[in-house]
Design a protein around this ligand. Structure first.
Ligand code: SF4
Ligand code: SF4
Length: 177
């Protein structure tokens, strides 16, 4: 029995519980949908390129330095509110273990000891660049980075739409059964 979709306004722990339950109840069915399987593969590839580009551009090193030496991560408390339950369900489909509790007092609920715990991230998390980044990384490199991040965002959007489409179809079938 699939649970009905949950509002994005519910507390993060409830959204996580919903994603866990949906994954438990329908994970195999969702992963068995060919279009979802193809989009997951495409998204994984897009994330890989995007992370490689971030690493080569020097952004990863700048963020690490900021986090470890300057105490200034931009992953602050409250940013978890950007994540609706669908995006959390997609993370489950990607094999991500969702946290049960906040790990850093003033940090985002999804911030782990070594950075973000999620694979499918909100657009705001994908392409945020503070002034430390924009002043230390060449504009042409940032432009390149934006292009691969654009592929990650597009791929995630399509995945999100397909998961919702399949899920809603099943809910309808459940209601008419
Ligand atoms: S984007 Fe800026 S504020 Fe955020 S971790 Fe990187 S350097 Fe720090
Ligand atoms: S990148 Fe991850 S940890 Fe940082 S704000 Fe976004 S979801 Fe939270």
């Amino acid at each position: 029995m699939l649970p009905l979709p949950i509002s994005a306004n519910r507390p993060v722990k409830e959204r996580i519980a919903w994603a866990e339950l949906c994954f438990q109840e329908s994970g195999d069915l969702l992963l068995g949908d060919q279009k979802i399987a193809d989009l997951l593969a495409e998204f994984n590839l897009a994330v890989k390129f995007s992370r490689q580009k971030m690493d080569r551009s020097g952004v990863v090193a700048l963020c690490r330095e900021c986090d470890r030496e300057e105490g200034g991560s931009c992953c602050g408390i409250g940013l978890e509110e950007k994540y609706d339950a669908w995006l959390l369900l997609i993370n489950k489909l990607l094999g991500v273990g969702l946290p049960r509790k906040r790990q850093q007092k003033d940090g985002c609920f999804f911030l782990g000891e070594n950075g973000c715990l999620l694979k499918a991230r909100h657009v705001i998390c994908i392409n945020y660049a503070c002034t430390k980044i924009t002043t230390n990384v060449q504009p042409s490199v940032i432009k390149d980075l934006r292009e691969v991040e654009g592929q990650e965002i597009t791929s995630l959007f399509m995945l999100n739409e397909q998961v919702k489409r399949v899920f809603r179809k099943w809910i309808k079938q459940q209601e008419t059964a």
